[in-house]
Write a protein that binds this ligand. Sequence first.
Ligand code: ZN
Length: 130
Amino acid sequence: MIKIQVRTAKRKEMIDITQIISDVVKKNSVNSGICMVFVPHTTCGLTINENADPSVQADILSSTKRLVPENATYSHLEGNSDAHIQSTLVGHSILLIIEKGTIQLGTWQGVFLCEFDGPRTREVWIQILK
Ligand code: ZN
């Protein structure tokens, strides 16, 4: 397993980690296989979406805030229940197909770490299956 650290700068943001994952896969010289990416956290997540137009990321973040407001009534006393719920909605892992030594994504797709309770230093765990 490869562990990578990603430093986030805002409470809520999406960070494009496509190149980081792509570099790890290339270093491992895997021609064909699967790359699993996982975040061991309860207030961030991973998703695949458009990385061409940044307004898509802004819309995803504003919509998750609207779906799960920060100041609703929650039982968890730490004050970050919105982040826990948003992280569950997005999910904690993704699988990528590796072919010809590179991760396979659609033309407009990128891999994002979704921070919901930053700024923090996050770990991204990558496991390559040959
Ligand atoms: Zn909490």
